[in-house]
Write a protein that binds this ligand. Structure first.
Ligand code: NAD
Ligand code: TDX
Length: 331
């Protein structure tokens, strides 16, 4: 099996490559990654001998055509992935998330190659805080930010190419991931590395917003289940019943690092900040017999906090520039 992993030097992609090399020795893994500020070759160091790395963009039609022609399956993780950046400068989101996905679709169509497109629950917009509703595969798309609207657009392109051109593709929409190798711009690593640097965590607004946390390894096992047993043309929602508001998560981080549970600052809110995400993963659990190995956020958080404490050399180079960007945004 020749696997082309786009965005494989990013957070989820790198963890997917590690898991694949570890658990699927029959797979030949090639990574295509543009190494934007979010990509880090060091994230692939532990598997460097087992992976063929190509530096380039999914929006480069000629390069994508050549690499797809040489693959059996493409898994697309490549994206601009951070909401705050998309509110500041949307253009790269349109280029990578929309044009890049289009290039991949044209290449898999030409070469008859299977595609799995990795997407997010943010395409569905948000839910009310006091509601029990959860997203399902039938929830209408209602994205809020430039990031989530370009991810929604990319999903719709995949669906159109399935319907009109009969490409062999699947889509998954997952909730918020945490784990090692996540960029320090994201909520959990930002707060963990702040505390490790003696700086208080920064909570947007009132901290009441709810996210549905899943360990990155559980997400990636679900992606392998979709690749192995998913029905072509279908969408699968991925989530591990990990709903928690941001204050609860910050307090769990503070506890893990031995700080008082009020040792954080409230900062100004993100414009258009989605209130709550929650995934109903019944289809994935029932049809593909998947279940998470991490029972809840607490069971994976301690190891994640420890990973950041043990791997300063991985995150320190990006920390100052990231915090300078937040200072400019007032967050
Ligand atoms: P990330 O920002 O950590 O990694 C993205 C990777 O894509 C980086 O290595 C970057 O260099 C690469 N990249 C960016 N533009 C590229 C281009 N034009 N060509 C090739 N490579 C390019 O993101 P992540 O958190 O690992 O997310 C991966 C995917 O999963 C994204 O599609 C994201 O929308 C989706 N997703 C993320 C989460 C989450 O909680 N992080 C949840 C659900 C879905
Ligand atoms: O410093 C912060 N303080 C804070 O309160 C940051 C960075 C975030 N937050 C809040 C905003 C959100 O309510 O924490 C929550 C999580 O924020 P992010 O880590 O930026 O994630 P989110 O916007 O929920 O999107 C994430 O999950 C879905 C990923 O970044 C997306 O790529 C994925 O699609």
């Amino acid at each position: 099996m020749r696997l082309l992993v786009t965005g494989g030097a990013g957070f989820i992609g790198a963890n997917f490559v590690h898991q694949t090399v570890r658990e699927r020795p029959d797979h030949q893994v090639r990574v295509l990654d543009a190494l934007t500020y979010a990509g880090n070759r060091a994230s692939l160091d532990p598997v460097a001998d087992a992976v063929d790395f190509v530096h380039g963009s999914i929006a480069d039609a000629e390069l994508v055509d050549r690499l797809v022609a040489d693959a059996d399956v493409v898994v697309n993780f490549a994206a601009e992935s951070h909401n705050d950046n998309s509110l500041d400068e949307p253009e790269p989101f349109l280029q990578t998330n929309l044009v890049g996905t289009y290039r991949l679709l044209e290449a898999v169509r030409r070469h008859g190659v299977r595609l799995h497109h990795v997407s997010t629950d943010e395409v569905f917009g948000d839910l009310e805080l006091d509601d029990q509703a959860r997203f399902t595969e039938d929830t209408p798309y209602r994205p809020s930010s430039p990031y989530s609207s370009t991810k929604a657009g990319a999903d719709l392109l995949v669906r159109a190419w399935v319907r009109s051109f009969h490409i062999a593709a699947t889509i998954s929409n997952c909730s918020n991931n945490y784990g090692p190798y996540q960029h320090v711009e994201k909520f959990i690593p930002r707060q963990v590395t702040n505390v490790l640097n003696g700086v208080k965590p920064k909570v947007y607004g009132t901290g009441a917003n709810v996210r549905d946390w899943i360990h990155v390894d559980d997400h990636n096992r679900a992606l392998h289940a979709v690749l192995d047993r998913g029905t072509l043309g279908h969408t699968y929602l991925i989530g591990a019943d990990g709903e928690a508001d941001n204050l609860t998560v910050v307090r769990a981080i503070l506890r893990a690092l031995g700080k008082p549970d009020d040792w954080f600052d409230f900062v100004s809110d993100r414009p258009g900040h989605d209130l709550r995400y929650a995934i109903d993963a019944s289809k994935l659990r029932g049809e593909l017999d998947w279940k998470p190995q991490y029972a809840d956020l607490d069971s994976g958080l301690a190891a994640t906090v420890q990973w950041y404490a043990d791997n300063r050399a991985w995150w320190e180079p990006a920390k100052q520039a990231t915090e300078d960007g937040y200072t400019r945004l007032g967050r």
